[in-house]
Design a protein. Sequence first.
Length: 334
Amino acid sequence: MYISRRFIDNHLQYTLCESYNNGTCLTNRELVSLGAHPDRFIKYPGGSSFYIDDVLFELLRVKGVTPSYDEVEEFFFPFLDPYIRSKIEPFLNRHHHRNWKPMSRQDRIRVMEETHVFDRRRMHFLRFGQVDQRRLDKSATLFKKLLSKSRDEIEQYLIEQEQALSPGEYKRYVFTIFDLQRFFTESYTRTMPHALEGDKLDDLFVKEVCRLDQDSLFWQGFERPEHLPPYLIRYVVMYFDFDFPGGRSWEEYIRSFAGSRRRARAVKGSRRMSMNEASTVFGVSRAKLAGMDKKELTKAYRKKAHELHPDKGGDHDRFVELTAAYNELLRTRV
């Protein structure tokens, strides 16, 4: 069983659900609606004690489900009175480590065969925070939690885990879980995804969202709406409404790049530049350059930077000059 959280008419509603095998695949069904306040099923007899109302167990029995009391109680810990929860939390799961044992080779194979790579990428980032996922398949033990769960239960579980992300991590997280790094050859792709060409990255992200949306294996057992599922919409919001951390990515990169090459020290990368010089470096007219706002300037800079970047066979000195011109022009933009 698991608790699902959904916004209905702009209000968060909770439902106790379960995953089950319908004979073809794992799917889910609703058991008991908990409404907006699941804590109404929690009773406090006094002191630091509590219990779950028998009414809930009766509702479950009507659905043909007879879970243990401990299993149901665990779902309601997040809704406990904060003071009582603080008293109980130190004693939660204190014996779980005693049941740990190494994962067998057969279990590892099963995990890799029965879990979707998109789920594994999400679990890996949420655990390690790494954009570089070349060692993704070395973490089979981590992915064991995904077994025997329907698509809806997996999504609900991961939504809860994603609460630990800060808004500054959202776009980096989405970049990683959709494996957008595989489309780029730049040496800084994994360390500075924010330095990649923005328009190309946006197009690739949209294509990958659409591809996952059409992945029947991923959505197996899930009742799809006609439009893009909310479980994917959240990633579209994370990607387009937030930005990568490290807004001065190109400046940071050029400093490290120039510092590693002795001849870059003689290049005019830090002096003030005139508008005429900047116009020559950008390859556009002075009037056009002067009329650009900050967003347009950054777009023009990125386009020219990818043309001049040494990783693309461009000229190193001109690349440094371009960055110097960009920094100078940026001072005058709002």
